[in-house]
Design a binder for this molecule. Structure first.
Ligand SMILES: Nc1nc2c(ncn2[C@@H]2O[C@H](COP(=O)(O)OP(=O)(O)OP(=O)(O)O)[C@@H](O)[C@H]2O)c(=O)[nH]1
Ligand SMILES: [Mg+2]
Length: 657
């Protein structure tokens, strides 16, 4: 573990927890000042939670034997003085392996049997079924025990061809990828479908998740892996080996699962290409300059084949790097290229994630700022009205004061009667919101039925491309309709708020519409990212019904997740928009009560007019302090990320008064 990798992750972790702390402080301040209106605290708590528990996933993807597992050993586990995840010649890692740390969970390896493939449930569903997994304890203090236990990810079963076909490891149409049949007629298949490792490790503690994968065939047969895990990874490391160069299957894997797609934004480029095993060029005969030149040539040609800039291809020797770390050999470590790779990896991982988190935090804070400012403005206005009212009472006799009380009561009565209008607004708003959600979610599963049927049937799949496109088009249509509905809700609320503002002097404002259309782009991106899997390259693979069915289900659940997220966003926007209505109503109602009380006290001479004026002045001062606090905090939003010294955002938040 170089300092740069752990430093970057540590700094990121420190930023996350100090930002979360600042948010918690802000929540406490809002509660104390009675400024926390509906939904605000929930939103802040949610963002604090995201910051605390955020995960960063790095996926290692490549053909078999390129050195993925060796790289993982060298980068993350060299401090154990040995290999921890199995790395050996030939196919080694037989199932996708996720390494992470969940605080409070026992250190263990959990394995999902390969037989679960015959069940239609996707991997995400199996994750929720602990009893389906075989659990083996891991002892973080005993590297040898850990290594032996982790060898299980290389375990295989010997099964009949029929069984292999059933589990999707045997294709009659594409026999070149089939496992070799032994003299007993049996073939070897992986014993496990997926492995989850929970171990205490400083980087994993910071929320890092490492995904080690088997080669092309295994990747293609697990749609959950490609549609979910690889798509969600914050960085992917694609590994090539210097001794094999870029082979056809390397290229196929890259193009199908990793190559940038047209329309992918710049920020999505989190792919790192590693040219591993450069030590095979260190033949002891060539000069250093010759070796460098040769490495550079291979980098350039690999980059050209993959269509990435040469600078993105990082030459390393995982094995020499591992040895160097175990033996504390600094020059060898430098020559292995690992430190540079780690710096690039950490930078790519942290920087892109930081940007997303910071945007989310800033958005939430901006909302709190505007809601709070509005609430304070209402309070200020009301206070000024009271002061005016009391000034007018100076030197007046009892009957004038009684008349004043009567007027306030009348105003109060009118106000109470008009609350019906607010209730009506609530009702319309609630109905429209439900309708918008329904546009996204109702009958969504049916959009993918045809695709599922076609992919799940055996034989050739005519018209597959069109059915695929139609399914996604329907999902996008949902988003477009929901976007329109949101526009209507916005218009309805604007009109309603205008009226309330005019009638009651409220300062209501509809928050900007959520960018629902962005979810349509996300669906489009998913469609594009996986189109190759139903395209020519995979047409033969998909003649296998089991793989096809799994792919359709994985796509459907991915799209569903997007639609649900869009629906959630609509709901939370609607809530945020309506919350100030209720809080301003409450404020106003309280205001009437306070005014009547004040008049009564003056009449009963329980307190003098002067005393009451003094109270109001004190309140006004408090309000001014709150406003000032809020302004100070608006001028100094969350600290910029990435800087070497990162001031805690807590410093920029209001101190608890
Ligand atoms: N010379 C040399 N050999 C390496 C290097 N990295 C890995 N190897 C060897 O290559 C073989 C394969 O390495 P693994 O790490 O198992 O490869 P993998 O990509 O994880 O392969 P699968 O698990 O089968 O998908 C092992 O024998 C490693 O020791 C390297 O930098 N140089
Ligand atoms: Mg491996």
């Amino acid at each position: 573990m170089t300092t740069s990798f752990s430093d970057q992750l540590d700094r990121h972790g420190a930023w996350r927890s100090s930002t979360a702390q600042g948010i918690a402080q802000l929540s406490a301040w809002l509660v104390e000042q009675q400024l926390a209106e509906g939904g605000m605290l929930g939103r802040l708590a949610q963002i604090g939670d995201t910051l605390q528990r955020d995960k960063l996933m790095v996926a290692f993807v490549a053909e078999f034997s390129r050195g993925k597992s060796e790289l993982i050993n060298a980068i993350f586990f060299a401090h154990h003085g040995r290999r921890i995840v199995p790395a050996s010649a030939g196919r080694t890692t037989m199932c996708p392996t996720e390494l992470g740390y969940e605080n409070g969970q026992p250190s263990q390896l959990r394995l999902l049997p390969i037989e679960t493939r015959t069940d239609p449930r996707p991997l995400s569903a199996w994750r929720q079924q602990p009893e389906a997994w075989t659990a083996l304890p891991l002892d973080a203090g005993q590297p040898a025990q850990m290594a032996t236990t982790l060898d299980s990810v290389a375990q295989v079963l010997r099964v009949s061809v029929a069984r292999a076909r059933e589990l999707d490891f045997w294709s009659d149409e594409q026999p070149e990828n089939n496992p070799v049949r032994g003299s007993d007629g049996l073939v070897e298949i992986p014993m496990w479908r997926h492995a989850l490792v929970n171990i205490d490790h400083p980087l994993l503690r910071q929320g890092l998740v490492i995904l080690d994968t088997p080669g092309l065939n295994a990747v293609g047969a697990e749609p959950d892996l490609t549609v979910q895990l690889l798509a969600d990874a914050h960085a992917s490391v694609f590994v090539l080996a210097a001794d094999t160069g870029v082979t056809r299957s390397d290229l196929q894997l890259w193009q199908q699962y990793l190559a940038p797609r047209q329309g992918d934004g710049q920020h999505t480029d989190n792919r790192i290409v590693v040219l591993n095993k450069i030590d095979v060029l260190w033949d002891g005969i060539s000069s250093v300059a010759q070796i460098h030149a040769q490495t550079d040539r291979q980098r350039a040609s690999s980059a050209a084949l993959l269509g990435v800039p040469t600078a993105r291809v990082i030459p390393v020797s995982a094995q020499r790097g591992l040895v160097a770390r175990i033996q504390n050999d600094a020059p060898l470590l430098q020559a292995s290229g690992l430190p540079l790779l780690e710096a690039v990896l950490a930078q790519g991982l942290v920087a892109s994630r930081r940007e997303v988190l910071r945007d989310a935090v800033e958005l939430a804070l901006a909302r709190v700022r505007s809601d709070t400012a509005r609430l304070l403005a209402v309070r200020r206005r009301e206070l000024e009205e009271q002061v005016q009212e009391l000034r007018g009472l100076r030197g007046k006799n009892d009957s004038v004061i009684a008349g004043m009380r009567y007027r306030v009561e009348q105003e109060q009565g009118e106000f109470d009667a008009s609350e019906k209008r607010v209730l009506a607004l609530h009702a319309v708003h609630g109905r429209l919101q439900k309708e918008a959600r329904a546009l996204l979610e109702d009958g969504m599963a049916a959009d993918f039925t045809e695709l599922q049927r076609l992919l799940g049937q055996s034989g050739l799949k005519l018209g597959l491309r069109k059915v695929y496109q139609d399914a996604f088009a329907r999902a996008m249509q949902r988003v477009r309709k929901a976007e329109k509905a949101v526009g209507e809700i916005h218009a309805m609320m604007s009109a309603g708020f205008r009226q309330l503002n005019a009638d009651f002097g409220f300062a209501l404002q509809v928050p900007p519409q959520p960018a629902i259309g962005m979810w349509a782009h996300e669906i489009e991106r998913i469609a594009r990212a996986h189109a190759t899997q139903v395209g020519l390259g995979q047409a033969l693979r998909l003649t296998q019904p089991a793989a096809g069915g799994r792919l359709a289900r994985a796509l459907e659940s991915r799209v569903r997740a997007v639609l649900v997220e869009a629906a959630e966003e609509i709901t939370s926007w609607c809530r945020a928009a309506m919350a100030p209505v209720d809080s301003q109503l409450r404020e106003r109602r309280g205001g009437f009560v306070r005014r009547i009380e004040a008049i009564d006290r003056i009449r009963g001479a329980a307190s003098s007019l002067g005393e009451r004026m003094g109270e109001l002045e004190a309140q006004s001062a408090l309000l001014a302090a709150q406003e000032q606090q809020l302004r100070r905090w608006s001028d100094d939003p969350v600290a910029e990320g990435g800087a070497t010294s990162e001031p805690s955002p807590a410093a920029a938040l209001p101190a608890a008064a």
